[in-house]
Write a protein that binds this ligand. Sequence first.
Ligand code: KG4
Ligand code: ZN
Length: 338
Amino acid sequence: MRVLGIETSCDETGVAIYDQYQGLLVNKVYSQNMLHADYGGVVPELAARDHTRKIIPLIISTLKQVHLESKDIDGIAYTAGPGLIGSLLVGATIARTLAYAWKIPAIDIHHMEAHLLAPMLEKKAPEFPFVALLVSGGHTQLVSASHIGEYKILGESLDDAVGEVFDKIAVLLGLKYPGGAVLSKMARKGISDRYVFPRPMTDRPGLNFSFSGLKTCVVNTIMFSAHDVQTYADIARAFEDAIIETLGIKCRRALEQTGLKCLVISGGVSANHALRAYLLKMMYALKGSLFYPRQEFCTDNGAMVAYTGLMRLKAGLFSDLSILVRPRWSLEVLARIK
Ligand code: KG4
Ligand code: ZN
């Protein structure tokens, strides 16, 4: 079975083809970063309109790149949520329409399940059960994953998502949206411990997160400090250290609570080198293992959607003809795959 994956939940148009026997054949992503940079964040209306412009040419060029035609595709997987409703509708409508025209099944995919399964695209893939830390621009979740489709949310952010905070602080440090990766680069030149920010909610039990207080603290520090390159780098360093240690403490707690030894990190922020290094060290000390996808599969892409779609279509699941998207959708209500 060969699945075409379509991702349009936010500001990346992603298309990929995953083959049951040969693995990933092609993965193409068109990023709208430039379009939203001037606004300091994603403008939903512009995002949706740009998906409509890019999606069909991207599907055609993806098929062409691997010399495949519509008759070579056995199923279509599309992100149905969570995400921006206008953006989701573009991918869902195209996917459903193509599936109808090509007389093949289509399946609606949960964006966070796709992120959670993204490490399965790698040779060194994790085995169930594991704890997953999902960190993206829209979500911060700790999940206990016992099987494909069987997930329990152990904790999540009560306010801003980690990626969102990275992006907001980055703008204040004069960096373009999405600034997470650039802020992290800036932090490498920072002197550690010149500033120290709180590790929110680590002084009480539980696995939820809250980042808005930390964000305010960093914003105030930026406002009242000198505005030179070294000071900005020092603030970036202290901010990144606070985020990483907070995530690390909660991951360790989730592993202790579940008795699991395997940690998976995925989503845009899992591309962060310092976070990976911190968690690698932590998992080594705990005699456990850490898994993460390569950089291009951390941020939004069609490959993770195609892979998740294959798993679900192979199990006989598919969606009906109605074009249904779910801007809000819990991982816990998904169907477990037999
Ligand atoms: O998963 P993703 O592509 O989109 C959503 O589903 O939200 O995640 C995008 C987020 C952005 O906030 C971006 O700044 C952040 O991931 N990000 C990073 C890094 N690379 C991407 N944050 C910190 N460090 C990075 N290296
Ligand atoms: Zn995402």
